[in-house]
Design a protein around this ligand. Structure first.
Ligand SMILES: Nc1ncnc2c1ncn2[C@@H]1O[C@H](COP(=O)(O)OP(=O)(O)OP(=O)(O)O)[C@@H](O)[C@H]1O
Ligand SMILES: [Mg+2]
Length: 252
């Protein structure tokens, strides 16, 4: 099962991705956590591991990737075979945190290097070719906004989780994501993040209750953790409904 985590900038996508990956790992799943954010580099820190070799860089950068993608052997594209397994991903591009494997797609390194579309294409290629076993879950942490949905990165995914923080902009983006998910015929659910008593009612009224799978409290521990660039070790019971949803979805 492939789950893509989307939402407004700073809503908590990376935090929630790391928490879900860790919770699924404790539930006994084999987790591949994909950092598909082209700008921010913090996911590996939240996981308490060093950044692996970036997949795009290992392919020779954007230019090398495009050349390899277009070069076709008698067995199809030379780059990734259809139905490739998580185990087929080059070990140098993986950092391990317990049973979780972290893969980083691509990062913008220098000014003027051009747009990030090749990163989107690489994410889309990997996701569409990956064949996921019964006990495996792929969690994809994305760049802020909906550009990756516009690029069709979600096409190979089974579920979109929209992370919503207490801001009107976030509610509006959630509506847009729901529309896009509907058109792409992909199931979408929402996680309300940074919730406290003051904002809960104002947040809830924007959503169909059936679409909200959990509310994550506004937590000083989470905030301080990220401020200090430390591994996220918080064990939040509010993450469990997300794991249950994923397990339920896998059974269907
Ligand atoms: N439940 C929470 N309680 C308090 N702070 C939180 C919570 N969730 C996330 N944060 C804080 O919000 C900030 C943004 O979180 P995070 O980096 O996970 O968001 P993001 O959506 O991945 O951001 P970006 O769009 O930049 O990738 C961080 O300082 C993080 O610690
Ligand atoms: Mg992030």
């Amino acid at each position: 099962m492939k789950v893509i985590i989307c939402g407004k900038g700073g809503s908590g996508k990376s935090t929630i991705s790391a928490l879900i990956a860790k919770a699924l790992d404790t539930h006994g799943f084999n987790v591949l956590l994909i950092d598909a954010d082209e700008s921010n580099t913090g996911l590996h820190r939240l996981m308490g591991v060093s950044q692996p070799v970036i997949l795009m860089d290992s392919l020779g950068g954007k230019k090398g990737f495009k050349q390899k993608l277009n070069r076709v052997s008698p067995f199809g594209s030379e780059l990734f075979k259809q139905g490739m397994k998580i185990d087929d991903i080059s070990e140098e591009c993986i950092s391990r945190s317990n049973g979780i494997r972290l893969l980083v797609i691509g990062k913008i390194h220098t000014s003027g290097e051009g747009c990030a579309c090749p990163m989107g294409l690489l994410s889309k290629t990997v996701l569409s070719k990956l064949d996921i076993g019964d006990n495996e879950v792929v969690i994809i942490d994305t760049e802020a906004g909906i550009e990756h949905l516009g690029r069709g990165v979600d096409a190979g995914c089974d579920l979109i989780i929209g992370v919503v923080d207490p801001s009107f902009e976030s509610f509006m983006l959630a509506k847009k994501m729901q529309e896009m998910a509907g058109k792409a015929e992909i199931e979408i659910v929402f996680v309300l993040n940074k919730v406290d008593d003051t904002v809960e009612a104002a947040m809830t009224k924007h959503f169909d209750p059936e679409k909200v799978i959990t509310r994550i409290p506004n937590s000083n521990t989470i905030f301080m953790n990220s401020l200090e660039g430390k591994e996220l070790k918080t064990d939040l019971p509010e993450i469990n409904p997300i794991c249950e949803q994923i397990e339920k979805f896998k059974k269907i």
